[in-house]
Design a protein around this ligand. Structure first.
Ligand code: ATP
Ligand code: MG
Length: 269
């Protein structure tokens, strides 16, 4: 499929940070995984990518990050075609992937060393420690921290090179409920305060409702975007969890033809 240049796109697409057009992907061993994926994401918007296990969420996130080249279609971020990884868009995983023998501040500073910003590191690390509320842990070894604190270090490290887009792949699913919901709120607060665009992969409706302004619901075999749902407007602040959850639950019930059971439900379609 031919892809329009950013100039040829509509006004709303032009103001978007992320533009995905006609993305297809297949793996040699598992066949077609993504089929004609297309969407835009506005600057500063937080979008949840929801779908059942195996529908292609991680594959799509890796394509957005430039870590996988799609078989067809294109991804544009801030007017430039994605053709490889970049510190301007960072991916965070379920496990924090820290260097256990280094301190909290050294782990955070690594992101800056890799991007040649060593001189700025001390001031920037101090800002980031405040942002993720770990100022009292700067000189601790990361292996002495809790899982939630380690995920905060990973978040600060991801934010160190001042990315435009933060791509989260079920980042809090290994944490307990309380820690998880605190981090969900914190990521939303931090993303909005920095004007960061976020894509969060989850199969947890409550996580999507807590974090996202919008949800893209995927179906499987092959992965497609089934619906695109506005949960709250960009300027709605951190309110609106219940409303967002109701909107998502209704969408689920319509798609699945049955009722969602309780809070904490995961997405099965
Ligand atoms: N490297 C790979 N080689 C071959 N097939 C793969 C590869 N990675 C993923 N797949 C297959 O592609 C499909 C989509 O996988 P993907 O990891 O993107 O799904 P997902 O929606 O993230 O699932 P989960 O919620 O379980 O993490 C699955 O059928 C998976 O088996
Ligand atoms: Mg996955």
């Amino acid at each position: 499929m031919s892809v329009a240049s950013p100039r040829a796109l509509s006004a709303s697409a032009r103001s978007a940070l992320v533009e995905v057009t006609g993305v297809h992907h297949r793996y040699r061993s598992s066949g077609e995984v993504l089929n004609d994926i297309g969407f835009t994401i506005a600057r500063g918007e937080i979008v949840a990518l929801i779908g059942r296990s195996g529908c292609g969420k991680s594959t799509l996130l890796h394509i957005l990050a430039g870590l996988i080249k799609p078989a067809r279609g294109e991804v544009w971020i801030d007017g430039a075609k994605v053709d490889g990884p970049s510190p301007r868009r960072v991916l965070m995983f379920q496990q924090p992937l820290l260097f256990p023998w280094l301190t909290v501040e050294a782990n955070i500073a690594l992101g800056l060393h890799f991007t040649g910003q060593k001189k700025e590191a001390p001031a920037r690390v101090a800002d980031l420690l405040r942002l993720v509320e770990l100022q009292d842990f700067a000189t601790r070894n990361v292996q002495d921290l809790s899982g939630g604190q380690q995920q905060r270090v990973a978040l600060a490290r991801s934010l160190a090179p001042a990315p435009q887009a933060l791509l989260l792949d079920e980042p809090f699913s290994s944490l307990d409920t309380f820690t998880r919901s605190t981090l969900q709120r914190d990521v939303r607060r931090i993303a909005h305060s920095l004007g960061l665009t976020v894509v969060v992969v989850t199969h947890d409706i409550d996580e999507a409702a807590a974090m996202a302004d919008r949800a893209l619901i995927m179906t499987a075999d092959p992965g497609r975007i089934q619906s695109d749902i506005v949960l709250r407007t960009l300027d709605a602040g951190s309110d609106g969890f219940q409303r967002a959850r109701t909107i998502l639950a209704e969408a689920y019930e319509k798609a699945a033809g049955r009722q969602l059971l309780a809070v904490g439900s995961t997405w099965h379609n």
